[in-house]
Design a protein around this ligand. Structure first.
Ligand code: GTP
Ligand code: MG
Length: 201
């Protein structure tokens, strides 16, 4: 899919104030610093559409970007920064859970995980929460450029094996790098296919 336009629409912390348009929407979520904002810039070929930082906690609000004037990409704050999930109690920033449970335009979430790490408790808990709330999601492995060509598939296999302890099947997943552009077409084609299906339904 060609991105002909990508524009920032608004930021806010209240899901009720998000854009009223009934356009398909895709949200990026994951731990702070995993590369959510960078991936939005990579996918849209815009250097600083979404604000990024080497320090965790850069994105603090729900940010809507309208793409090709007919669907939204949403950049969210990381969930491991302001409040860390406590062992039994699952605590994510309130407006993040409010966004996911109330935003009817949301078609699918993308849960971003750093490809160098094994599944982290907070990510597993968040995916479980999405599952319980019947919110479709895919996993996006980020920062693939940080691993060698040999190490990358090994690490992904480790992740999948671990996931299969909790899930019957590995959720749909993508391997990406915002530095090299790896995975760009895969993610955009996936979104495009869903958008087409929605149009025809
Ligand atoms: P918060 O907004 O704090 O939740 O973080 P975020 O998930 O939006 O991360 P952000 O995109 O701001 O990136 C965090 C840091 O990781 C920045 O220094 C980025 O340059 C770096 N980074 C992001 N993606 C990649 C990648 O694919 N490869 C490499 N090498 N660095 C990356
Ligand atoms: Mg961010």
């Amino acid at each position: 899919m060609k991105i002909s336009s990508a524009e920032f629409v608004m930021s806010n912390s209240d899901v009720a104030k998000c854009p009223k348009d009934k356009l398909p929407e895709y949200a990026f979520i994951g731990r702070s610093n995993v590369g959510k904002s960078s991936l939005i810039n990579m996918l849209t070929d815009r250097k600083s559409l979404a604000k990024t930082s080497g320090k965790p906690g850069k994105t603090q609000l729900i940010n809507h970007f309208i793409i090709n004037k007919n669907w939204f990409l949403v950049d969210l704050p990381g969930y491991g920064y302001a409040k860390v999930s406590k062992s039994a109690k699952r605590v994510f920033q309130k407006f993040i859970t409010a966004y996911f449970s109330k935003r009817t335009q949301l078609v699918s979430a993308f849960v971003l995980v750093d490809c160098r790490h094994e599944p982290q408790k907070i990510d597993l808990e968040f995916m479980q929460w999405l599952g319980e709330n019947q919110i479709p999601f895919s996993i996006i492995f980020t920062k693939a450029d940080k691993l060698t060509k040999t190490k990358l598939p090994i690490q992904i296999d480790v992740y999948i094996k671990e996931m299969l302890n909790y899930w019957e099947e590995m959720p749909n997943y993508f391997i990406t790098s915002s530095s090299s552009g790896l995975g760009k077409d895969d993610v955009l084609n996936y979104i495009n296919e869903i958008n087409q299906q929605l149009k025809n339904s």
